[in-house]
Design a protein around this ligand. Structure first.
Ligand code: ZN
Ligand code: ZN
Length: 372
């Protein structure tokens, strides 16, 4: 049976499928307000650490789960979903490609750096689609050198697009976004998305306007738990955080089971608070997909697939800006540096007043992108 990946679904999925699994989602003003009962919760990926040192030819419990992981993100193409625990050549090849994409030493073994990377929370979109990678694996200009017996890669990876380079048509310079009514999101959460859209409109010719007409909006934003009808179920705390469809799909789904931090304040984060996720960081990344960008191997870029918990990363990197401007052109007012305020770091009263003003404006339906 053909499995349809959300990246290639351009038509609307019947919304009743999503409604049945809607989530009220968990939002917290800052990391300190997350109750200890919510943290930490181990994810199914944490068990990958038990696989350290596994090599080709071995049979180790848990390798089938790892194969499932690689299959999901496009690193292998087993003909069955009944994965075995054999460390076969296909798995070794998948590990090597993963190591290439994430700028790790290409050993083909499950070494500690590789496993540490594998368990990081990440975007649910695949890194390799129909055998073509948007990351290092899909680039050609690699140079190799040997050092200490290990092979190192010097990455030239940069921004990329989905296969076929889908984008919103030139006639659509203003895109409408709406929030799934069943989530009943508070205004301060909606304002986070307004800021995230603003980061992309600041550097392009695109503008984004919130509408209350969810079903006719270009971009539909919703928090859902587990299976929500598009064949890409969410997996509870951490693991996959969100996913989004390429243009003109417009669907932007976030895992309702995460502990979402709204104001970006991770200053008081302790090591035990491992399950907090910065909402704006994830929103900025997924909007990149909604506009047509694929994943990038540039670790500083917004389009890098992983985001460590309790981490804020909201500034567009040069890699992201070059990529999006090659699709949509540059904002005539963009002078080479972004000016978006980072509310997560603000301390001044003036910024607090500005934030309050923006939230009030959003309550009255004033368009956020025209203010930012
Ligand atoms: Zn992504
Ligand atoms: Zn989804």
């Amino acid at each position: 049976m053909l499995k349809i990946h959300p990246l290639f679904i351009y038509s609307s999925i019947p919304l009743f499928l999503s409604i049945s699994s809607s989530s009220s989602a968990h939002f917290f003003q800052n990391i300190s307000s997350i109750p200890t009962s919510s943290i930490p919760k181990p994810t199914s990926w944490d068990n990958f650490h038990t696989l350290v040192g596994c090599r080709t030819g071995q049979n180790v419990a848990g390798l089938s789960r790892l194969k499932q992981y690689f299959q999901h993100f496009g690193y292998c193409n087993y003909s069955t979903s009944n994965f075995t625990d054999n460390f076969d050549d296909t798995l070794e090849s998948a590990i090597k490609t993963y190591q290439l994409n994430f700028n790790l030493n290409i050993t083909g073994e499950l070494d500690d750096p590789t496993l540490t990377h594998l368990i990081r929370p990440r975007c649910g979109n695949a890194d390799i689609i129909n055998g073509s990678s948007s990351m290092n694996f899909g680039k050609v200009n690699f140079s190799y050198s040997n050092s200490g017996g290990s092979k190192y890669i010097h990455s030239v990876g940069h921004y990329s697009f989905f296969p076929g380079q889908p984008r919103w048509p030139p006639s659509r310079t203003t895109l409408l976004y709406a929030f799934f009514p069943g989530n009943q999101l508070p205004e301060n959460v909606k304002a986070v998305f307004g800021r995230a859209f603003g980061r992309w409109s600041e550097v392009t010719t695109l503008t984004f306007t919130e509408t209350r007409l969810y079903y006719s909006a270009d971009i539909k934003i919703g928090f859902f738990s587990g299976d929500h009808g598009d064949g890409e179920p969410f997996d509870g705390v951490l693991g996959t955080l969100a996913h989004a469809f390429s243009p003109p799909g417009g669907k932007f789904h976030l895992d309702g089971d995460e502990n979402w931090v709204v104001n970006g304040d991770f200053v008081n984060a302790s090591s035990s608070m491992v399950s907090a996720v910065d909402l704006e960081s994830v929103a900025v990344h997924e909007i990149g997909h909604l506009l047509g960008l694929g994943h990038s191997s540039v670790e500083e870029s917004i389009m890098y697939p992983t985001l460590s918990s309790s981490t804020r990363k909201v500034e567009l990197d040069e890699d992201d800006i070059e990529g999006i401007q090659s699709l949509y052109g540059s904002n005539p007012n963009y002078n080479g540096s972004t000016t978006m305020p980072d509310f997560g770091r603000e301390t001044s009263g003036a910024h607090t007043l500005l934030k309050s003003f923006l939230i009030i404006c959003s309550v009255f339906g004033i368009f956020m992108d025209s203010l930012l």
